[in-house]
Ligand binder design. Sequence first.
Ligand code: PLP
Length: 340
Amino acid sequence: MKIIDLRSDTVTRPSEPMRQAMATAEVGDDVYRDDPTVITLEETCAERLGFESTIFTSSGTQANLIALMSHCGRGDEYIVGQLAHTYKYEAGGAAVLGSIQPQPIEFEADSTLDLQKVAAKIKPDDIHFARTRLLCLENTQNGRILPADYLQEAASFARDKNLVLHLDGARLFNAAVGQNVAAGDITKHFDSTAVCLSKGLGCPVGSLLCGTQSFIEEARKWRKMVGGGMRQAGILAAAGLYALEHNIDRLATDHENASHLAEGLGKIDAIEIEGGKAHTNMLFFEMDEATASELALFLQKSNILMSPGKTIRLVTHIDITEDDVELIIEKINSFFSARK
Ligand SMILES: *Cc1c(COP(=O)(O)O)cnc(C)c1O
């Protein structure tokens, strides 16, 4: 029986045609720059997102890490959201491996960083302080899309303040599809961008980091240092190329499915969907942890997986269909009806 996995969009499995593309990929040793499929993927991504150059990485964590290490030196500082992936979920890599001091600040309710609050954290040029060098934004952040006019303001703010602007765009294409713009219209505001292939795009492995030619050359050295120089990586890059061609526009379906799920669950008395709706491919609601654990166990009997916790996050993706959404709503409904 099929497993319906709502824990994340990282759980997606490569489709049959993606596996075909991988199986037939032309490969070479990419550390020698001999792998034509990796090079094609990097060039395709750079062109699509409007950057000079791109590097294929083993993960989004690695892409963000080498981005920060390429932009910042020892004793530099980067400003980042308190709940940002780069700060909170990447094992402190920038500080540990890059000697880069993070300066986290709270996200606003719309997932932006208030630029006035950012300005207040920029350190003066003084021997006491780390050198504030970079501002890192995340899009989507908890499924939320950063508003287009905010990106414009952030870019001119960064220019004024002499800060490099990096985007953790793990789910960049969800933002672009959700906003109905080309991904390049988002990335054009940034000096560099990381994008995950292994989430909604359905690849088994891989991320991409984009920026100027010299920045990517620097990143290539750091990637080697952290063990990310991959050899016949064309096998993986072929999945990425397949995804860029076939799996971007269809993200709209994931967003519709998340919306339907939010609507259906919103009708249940015990559930109040955060913000009243889904954000791109995610929806959130609060629940006491004991009930959440019971619910997770109950759903598991129907092969529906969710992560329990105080805040429940449900994520739609390529392996979840409209029918699955109906089944999820029905099962969650019956869980709460039985408790009345
Ligand atoms: C998933 C994710 C990453 C990178 O994660 P990896 O698992 O290392 O690929 C980075 N930023 C955000 C916002 C993410 O959701």
